[in-house]
Write a protein that binds this ligand. Structure first.
Ligand SMILES: Cc1cc2nc3c(=O)[nH]c(=O)nc-3n(C[C@H](O)[C@H](O)[C@H](O)COP(=O)(O)OP(=O)(O)OC[C@H]3O[C@@H](n4cnc5c(N)ncnc54)[C@H](O)[C@@H]3O)c2cc1C
Length: 485
């Protein structure tokens, strides 16, 4: 194991210091082949006043639960009484149907890129909620269909098969809703972890877009057949307004905002440099970049407008503090797309959606420890350069060759009196766990008083979070970002 600590000047512990906003970045590599006549990139001071408010997880959950309670109230209000087995089954089917109709709106809203949610919850947490909610919704859809058919059959003293045929042929829009239900079920199956590992990300993503078709197909049967809506104009209005609002949010934040950002900022590739084996940095220029209000630790979804790359956008974190005319991302070659970025030519136009993510310094005034593994160094490199106060960076890599930014990190550490520890080598070579609570405590004096930020491969991240907890860092002071949605 190599463990190198570098520091220039006394390390400052600023426990009582208020968070004054990001520092100017002391070290950043100039972009290659910059168009002449442009000034060098200047890191821009943050403009906290312009940033969207952050909505915390508890508040979002409270709003979601309150909405679900209103949905149940709507059913109760529109149901004069429940009689017999058929009535109970139908009633249960109706409640579940309403909850499905509401749930899909919540799921789409979570993915609408609404800035207060992106900044408050963070994209990875919303993606986890979305995936978990999706599993519930698909189960509810199946249960809704089965209970309604069974309940109607019990009430009409008919067989389930003949009642299914009646529902499909004689009730308005039920056939379309059934197709929608099967679509959602199929998408749910493809999204299950075991199946998802076997399909390419792009295949899964484009299949997932059929969810929008399923939602559209299922919408009208709710108003046409739902007991809560047929004779309640206010409820129809509320329900339609809810769907329309989410549609507008999706179109605005996922389509219009990126187009407007492209027009305003004119993003283009300035150049590409190699950082290490299979790792490159892409420098992206543009105008008025300070208006993006991007923070170190955040990411954008990048769509490079070349013949082979234009059709998909990929998330990459800023690996240096955002400048007024230049942004930098650093990419590890993990597949087709990331590999192709090495061939980008200066002048390639870029669509950038963002900034996204809540993996930004909380500004508690405490000392900060950053734990990076592999390419997880990218957002932490930007945070390391700009976060005020005392910062310790622990950078885990399996070999010296895999360490990127080493010169930059050493220069930043020297310039600001921070500490870097490189933990290099396989566990077998090291002869133990390099990120055990004992090792972490020995590397970071007063660790349990600090704020911790972790980014790396999934296994390393969860092991680090456990080790930090065991070392006495409270859960709410441990922040981590996953590079997988
Ligand atoms: C918030 C966030 C920040 C990231 N920051 C960085 C970074 O700074 N540097 C870096 O090297 N990598 C980063 N990644 C990972 C990077 O996005 C993927 O490695 C890249 O998209 C892989 O695409 P591919 O086609 O080359 O590989 P593939 O073989 O197609 O995909 C490999 C894996 O990457 C993920 N992935 C693929 N395409 C996408 C997509 N369009 N959107 C989301 N995930 C996808 C999937 O989990 C997939 O299994 C980040 C990911 C996230 C979610």
């Amino acid at each position: 194991m190599t463990s190198v600590a570098r520091r220039s000047g006394p390390a400052r512990h600023t426990g009582a210091e208020a968070y004054p906003g990001p520092r100017r970045e002391p070290a950043s590599r100039p972009a290659p082949s910059r168009p002449s006549g442009r000034p060098p990139a200047r890191p821009v001071p943050a403009r906290p006043g312009n940033r969207p408010a952050r909505i915390g997880a508890r508040r979002v959950l409270a709003v979601i639960i309150a909405g679900a309670a209103m949905v149940i109230f709507l059913w109760w209000h529109s149901t004069p009484g429940v009689h017999g087995l058929g009535g109970w089954l139908t009633g249960a089917g109706e409640v579940l149907g309403l909850l499905c109709g509401y749930g899909v709106v919540v799921l789409v809203a979570l993915m609408s890129r609404l800035p207060p949610l992106e900044r408050g919850l963070g994209t990875d947490k919303m993606a986890r909620w979305h995936a978990m909610g999706g599993r519930y919704i698909v189960s509810l859809v199946v249960a809704h269909g089965l209970l309604i058919v069974w309940g109607y059959a019990a009430t009409a003293h008919a067989s389930v098969v003949s009642e299914s045929a009646t529902l499909l042929t004689q009730y308005p829009d039920v056939l379309m809703a059934t197709v929608a239900g099967f679509l959602l079920l199929g998408i749910g199956i493809v999204s299950m972890r075991a199946a998802r590992r076997r399909v390419r990300y792009e295949t899964w993503y484009f299949l997932h877009l059929y969810t929008y078709l399923a939602i559209a197909l299922a919408f009208s049967h709710q108003l046409a057949d739902g007991a809560a809506f047929v004779s309640n104009l206010a409820a129809r209005f509320w329900w339609s307004a809810m769907y329309l609002t989410v549609l507008v949010l999706v179109l605005w934040y996922r389509v219009a905002v990126p187009l407007l950002a492209y027009r305003r900022h004119r993003f283009e590739v300035l150049g590409v440099t190699a950082e290490g084996p299979g790792v490159i940095s892409v420098y992206i220029g543009g105008s008025r970049l300070e208006e993006l209000d991007a923070e170190p630790g955040q990411f954008f979804r990048w769509r490079f407008l070349t013949r082979s790359l234009w059709w998909s956008s990929h998330p990459f974190s800023l690996s240096a503090a955002p400048g007024s005319d230049m942004l930098r991302i650093t990419v590890k070659n993990l597949g087709d797309h990331s590999q192709a970025l090495a061939q980008l030519q200066p002048g390639t136009r870029v669509f950038a959606e963002g900034p996204y993510g809540a993996f930004t310094p909380a500004g508690s005034g405490r000392g900060v420890v950053l734990l990076a593994g592999g390419v997880g160094i990218t957002p932490l490199r930007a945070i390391f350069a700009t976060l005020p106060g005392h910062v310790t960076l622990i950078y885990r890599a399996s070999s010296e060759r895999d360490l990127v930014f080493r010169d930059e990190l050493d220069a930043i550490a020297a310039a600001r009196g921070a500490t870097v520890h490189y933990l290099v080598g396989s566990r077998a070579e090291i002869g133990g766990d390099p990120l055990s609570p004992r090792v972490l405590r020995s590397l970071v004096p007063g660790l349990d008083e600090q704020e911790a930020y972790v980014c790396g491969p999934a296994g390393m991240t969860s092991a680090s979070v456990r080790a930090l907890r065991a070392a006495g860092v409270p859960r709410q002071r441990i922040h981590f970002e996953s590079f997988e949605f």
